[in-house]
Design a protein around this ligand. Structure first.
Ligand SMILES: [Zn+2]
Length: 358
């Protein structure tokens, strides 16, 4: 997910905010200012901060339940449609995913019950569906939490309802088919919601529909890739016929190597054959304009190219490749010998071939 900023870390989970969420906050603050001047803007900002807190509590419901099943959660991202806690993997048991998906709405339901009780006891106004930033603070918070709950139960990715549906389908039909059906349903809902949003016109609904459509696509693609690569290890996925480049070579020599074949990324080796980094095509082009043709490979290469062992499993290898942001990673065995090159292109080709054979 591009266009997001990390704002902090809680219990090992990074909290990120997406640019569209900030736009929503800004839009709401402007509305508050128009209604009530600067005090209106301040009270709106406070209300949003409280809303932000409720969304995070909801997400930590998912995160803590995921921990119980040994699933790590590297980050949670705040979008206009709420938060999305990214799970490192889908739990093996559909029942576990069901419980993780329900834990967030469970927390929100708890907040609703608590706010309702407080409002009732204190004799405050209770208008669950009259949500405006000008409502009394707790009444506002109650309303948005009810919306949050209902919205999250819509059966479409990346909302919790989509995960609940997938978990139920997956327990009968298997993960891949279950996800495909749940994703298609989510996309149909998104298209219907988007068209309705255009006809009103309701720009926020269109934005939400857009995110739901993308979310469904991403979920289905991730699950299908994982299933296609099941059981593979790095030594079955890597390129073994490749060229290396000496660390002291000039960029001119690197250009000659690049243009002599199809290879785009070159492991950089020292005199003893140890891997020191990787020279990507981007490294080479940037190095050329910065250092000229007589610059050396050592000045232009990426040194932070984590080597992967040939025994590593498919999903872990894919995650490391993605996390590196590089098109390729060197494969180095236990004795420190460079034995292959793990590239995105090669993995894509391999999955196509496996799919065709099946
Ligand atoms: Zn949730």
């Amino acid at each position: 997910m591009r266009w997001s900023w990390k704002i902090g870390t809680v219990a090992g989970t990074q909290i990120k905010v997406h640019v569209t969420f900030l736009l929503l906050v800004a839009w709401w603050a402007v509305m508050g200012y128009q209604e009530g001047g600067s005090s209106g803007a301040v009270s709106t900002a406070l209300a949003l901060l409280a809303l932000f807190g409720c969304v995070l509590l909801h997400e930590f419901g998912h995160i803590l339940m995921a921990r119980r099943f040994g699933v790590r959660t590297p980050d949670v991202i705040l979008l206009p449609i709420g938060g999305v806690a990214r799970l490192e993997r889908i739990p093996d048991e559909p029942k576990q995913e069901l419980l993780i998906a329900l834990a967030g709405p469970g927390v929100t339901l708890g907040i609703i019950v608590l706010l309702y009780a407080v409002l009732r006891v204190s004799g405050g106004p209770v208008h669950p569906f009259a949500v405006t930033p000008e409502s009394p603070f707790l009444a506002f918070l109650l309303s948005v939490n009810i919306y949050l709950l209902l919205f999250n139960l819509i059966p479409a990715f990346p909302m919790d309802g989509g995960r609940v549906l997938r978990a139920i389908l997956a327990s009968r039909l298997g993960l891949v088919r279950g996800t495909r059906i749940a994703a298609s349903l989510g996309q149909m809902l998104a298209i219907a919601g988007g068209l309705y949003g255009i006809s009103r016109p309701a720009p926020l609904l269109v934005l939400i529909a857009f995110f739901v459509f993308l979310g469904a696509n991403a979920e289905a693609a991730a699950v299908e890739t994982r299933a296609a690569g099941q059981g593979l290890r790095v030594h079955q996925m890597m390129v073994t016929d490749f060229r290396t480049i000496p660390i002291h070579a000039t960029l001119n020599e690197a250009v000659a190597l690049l243009l002599s074949g199809e290879q785009r990324e070159f492991p950089v080796v020292d005199n003893l054959g140890r891997t020191e980094g990787i020279l990507t095509r981007d490294n080479l082009i940037r190095g050329l304009s910065r250092l000229g043709p007589e610059g050396t490979v050592s000045e232009a290469m990426t040194t932070a190219a984590p080597a992967v062992p040939p025994t590593l499993g498919f999903q872990e290898a894919l995650d490391r490749l993605r996390a590196s942001g590089l098109p390729a990673l060197p494969v180095v065995d236990a004795r420190g010998t460079l034995v292959g090159l793990l590239t995105r292109d090669n993995i894509a080709d391999l999955l196509l071939v496996r799919g065709a054979r099946r």
